[in-house]
Design a protein around this ligand. Sequence first.
Ligand SMILES: C[S@@+](CC[C@H](N)C(=O)[O-])C[C@H]1O[C@@H](n2cnc3c(N)ncnc32)[C@H](O)[C@@H]1O
Length: 228
Amino acid sequence: MRLDVFTLFPEAFEWFRSQRHVANALGQGHELDCVNYRDTTPLSGGQVDDTPFGGGAGMVLRVDVVEAALRARYGCDPVELRARRRVVVLTPGGRLLDDALVDELAAEPALTLLCGRYEGFDERIVEHFASDAVSIGRYVLAGGELAAMVLADAVLRKLPGALGHAESAQEESFSAALEGAPEYPHYTRPAEWRGWGVPEVLLSGHHARVREWRLEQSRERGARERED
Ligand SMILES: C[S@@+](CC[C@H](N)C(=O)[O-])C[C@H]1O[C@@H](n2cnc3c(N)ncnc32)[C@H](O)[C@@H]1O
């Protein structure tokens, strides 16, 4: 996968790149590039945003600045870009990121993530350049960088080879293997701590019963979640 992140703070992704599953994915030939809107802005003094028409607080990321950044990167009109690759605007009011959307995005050969800052995007960016508007939750962060990292983290760990042998994205919370329910509980040594024990079945060595118990626990958690 070729993952491009457009941001005003590319340095924010340095720590992210060093995470083991991200480094593994990059080592396997997947790519993660950060593009700074400021590097190609057509405005003087590195300007990228402006005051909102109609008044109000904050600054809005300009459509001409985002267009220049996309054109420089892809060499085409950004209106046509979304037919070639998913262009995802990160915004609090977008489609909520869930495991189904992560699966969908992980199947793409290329993704572009657009991070906003300040008051957010000029709406024409969302309307004309983006294929998707995605939110990581119904709350507001100061910028799209953390949201982009959340999305990229969830997507990259789904790619073959990103996780080590001991880990697996096959049977995890919300996966088809668990019928979309949260994962069952895990326990490890010591088998008793301050009088808190471990479910007997997990110590039984009986694989079929362990499997049954885990699926049951997962289903119960799913049912509780639906009730809440
Ligand atoms: C301070 S926010 C803008 C909030 C915007 N004025 C609003 O009320 O919806 C700045 C940027 O952070 C990112 N952001 C903030 N919260 C987010 C969330 N929950 N999901 C995805 N992106 C988010 C977006 O890129 C957004 O443009």
